[in-house]
Design a protein around this ligand. Structure first.
Ligand code: TYD
Length: 147
């Protein structure tokens, strides 16, 4: 899937390939700023013990940027910029999804044992969430498409 929209200046969601150091003892992947993470990491959190029918997310952010990595298993990230929906399946621990500000996202289709790591550009701050979909649509109507 093509996620790179270069028609405008907004940062756009994109897949970032991370280094993979293959080793008979087991593989190793890392992510560091600024080579792979386009922001300073202020927080990490992870989702685990996820029921297959769970839906996470369901919000946007007015200032937060994130990198999402499927550390184990697989899940789908559904992105909406106010104009277009795009779905991306993450299923490799060396492939990260960058999500800039202003994108509505939901996560679903979690496989058993899946673990979702999120690297975030800011500490948790509820004030910068948009959790109401209609409110997001109004916010997004003032922005350029980015999907
Ligand atoms: P929530 O935003 O619903 O998770 P998601 O949308 O990613 O599925 O967060 C669930 C609860 O956890 C909510 O009460 C806020 C809290 N929370 C924190 O306290 N710190 C954090 O870093 C995050 C991501 C959530």
């Amino acid at each position: 899937m093509e996620l790179n929209n270069t028609a405008n200046q907004l940062p756009v969601p994109r897949i970032i390939e991370l280094p993979k150091i293959c080793d008979p003892r087991g593989n190793l992947t890392f992510a560091q700023t600024p080579d792979h993470v386009p922001f300073d990491i202020a927080r990490a959190y992870w989702l685990y013990d996820l029921p297959a029918d769970a839906e996470r997310g369901g919000h946007s952010h007015t200032s937060l940027q994130q990198l999402i990595i499927a550390l184990a298993g697989s899940f789908t990230v559904n992105l909406f910029d106010g104009y277009t929906w795009r779905s991306i399946t993450l299923n490799r621990p060396y492939r990260a999804l960058y999500i800039p500000t202003g994108i509505w996202r939901t996560l679903d289709d979690f496989t058993s044992g899946s673990v979702c790591l999120v690297l975030a550009s800011e500490p948790y701050r509820e004030e910068e969430y948009i959790r109401d979909f209609d409110q997001f649509r109004q916010y997004a109507a003032n922005r350029q498409p980015s999907l």
